[in-house]
Design a protein around this ligand. Structure first.
Ligand code: PMP
Ligand code: G9A
Length: 433
């Protein structure tokens, strides 16, 4: 029977609104990680997917203490609107910490507080990118950055990385070529320390070379560093920003991985003219980052709690990484898979044999109640089908072992299948990176 309009004249035909959306909105893409988070909330699934901190390690007691104190002493301020650039005392604490801990020169006016560093990425896209712009990203790269920039439709050139980070020689070849074609490069986006998704660090010599290239070829560098504090072994490396003598680096830091992501407090630290312009763009976006969580974060730093907390999570995450690496070693079919062994961060990056496809395998993995992020999500083009990202910080220790045990037979099954196909056709299946 045909549906009749109800009393208000509405029918139950759902409108699509498609003809109303802007051209810009058509370039928006759902984030695979955000979509997976919905799926992996099912309790039976062991998720190696999201880059989530472990909630058992959240510093609940010190936060409770600070919230109570602040509500008593400063409620009129912490519950009010704040300035767009961010709470001055928090900017002060952050600039001091960047100087003392990482030798990065600057003052509170080099700092803009943002709603997560994800907002820093969005603001940079908004400020710098047009459809005629060219940017360089690593391959693979952080998928949230790909999505943030894609809305502005830049041309993305991907330069591969290896176990020592971005291949700066390949970058140089690319830059020489770019100059021949008079292309103006806006910026290069890099995650040099405990890369997301690859886990690797850019070697120190490469960091120096990248800074030299930025000078020679005149481009900006966006250094995204959510994981730099999470080192389990090895020696610290200098941030690019600390090597920056020409104000070319915009450094993005965040409390999401080192304190709690629910505060949504992060910072952009860069040249004052760029920080000012980002502030203006942010005024139209959200007026200000919530002062409430900014004040809690400020107090957390002032009371000196952060270093103790870092010690705790470094010990927990380092242990989880060892458990993961041991389980991988014990259960994974090594003829079909190899993986990175990072000195910190939150991820392993696994590469499967040529011809295997982590997207095809995904349904089988979910049937076994285990999840990861497919490799192709981290590339601007169609590369990475035979890769996957595996997080080790979020699951409980026993779940890590159990999850690897569930994933290993799925990989074995698909690996054997692809090998048989190659044997039957007598040919190599070429695919992916
Ligand atoms: N950049 C990178 C490389 C990340 O891994 C993340 C979070 N996974 C972000 C930015 C965004 O972090 P947040 O918005 O929580 O600060
Ligand atoms: O989207 C999120 O929840 C943040 C995590 C990012 C990632 O998994 O890389």
């Amino acid at each position: 029977m045909e549906k009749q309009p109800d009393d208000l004249g509405k029918t139950d035909v759902t409108p699509t609104y498609e003809n109303l959306y802007s051209d810009r909105s058509r370039t928006m893409k759902a984030s695979e990680i955000r979509e997976l988070l919905k799926l992996t909330q099912r309790p039976e699934i062991i998720s190696f997917a999201g880059g989530l901190p472990n909630p058992d390690a959240f510093p609940v007691e010190p936060i409770k203490e600070i919230v109570q104190d602040l509500l008593k002493s400063d409620s009129k301020r912490i519950l009010q609107y704040g300035s767009t650039q961010g709470v001055p005392e928090l900017r002060e604490e952050i600039s001091k910490r960047l100087k003392n801990r990482w030798n990065m020169d600057g003052d509170p006016d080099n700092v803009l507080i943002t709603v997560g560093s994800q907002q820093g990425l969005e603001l940079l896209g908004r400020l710098f990118l047009d459809p005629t712009s060219t940017i360089v990203m690593e391959a693979p790269t952080y998928l949230g950055a790909l999505n943030a920039f894609a809305v502005y439709e830049p041309r993305v050139s991907s330069i591969p990385l290896d176990d020592h980070g971005l291949d700066v020689d390949k970058l140089e070849e690319y830059l020489v070529n770019l100059q021949k074609h008079s292309v103006n490069l806006k910026f290069i986006y890099v995650v040099p320390t405990f890369h997301n998704p690859a886990g690797v660090c850019m070697a120190e010599s490469r960091r120096h070379k990248l800074m030299d290239l930025s000078h020679e070829y005149d481009f900006l560098i966006v250094e995204d560093d959510p994981y730099g504090e999470l080192r389990y072994t090895g020696e610290p490396l200098p941030t690019l920003k600390s090597l920056d003598k020409e104000d070319r680096v915009i450094y993005l830091g965040t409390f999401s991985k080192t304190l709690v992501p629910g505060f949504r407090i992060a910072w952009s630290f860069g040249p004052k003219p760029i920080i000012n312009k980002m502030e203006i763009a942010k005024q139209a976006m959200d007026l200000c980052t919530p002062p409430f969580t900014q004040h809690i974060a400020k107090e957390y730093l002032r009371r000196g709690y952060i270093d103790e907390h870092l010690k705790t999570i470094i010990s927990i995450y380092g242990n989880k990484q060892r458990i993961m690496l041991k389980a991988m070693d014990e259960y994974m079919p090594k003829e079909h898979i190899r993986w990175t062994k990072p000195e910190g961060g939150m991820f392993l990056w696994a590469t499967l044999s040529d011809g295997m496809d982590s997207t095809e395998m995904f349904t089988d993995a979910i049937a076994e109640n285990v999840a990861y992020v497919t490799g192709k999500s981290f590339f601007a083009d169609d590369a990475g089908q035979n890769c996957m990202r595996i997080n080790f910080t979020h699951p409980g220790d026993e779940k890590i072992v159990e999850g690897v045990k569930r994933l290993a037979p799925v990989i074995e099954k698909w690996g054997d299948k692809v090998r048989k196909m190659k044997d039957d056709t007598g040919s190599e299946v070429i695919q992916g990176v």
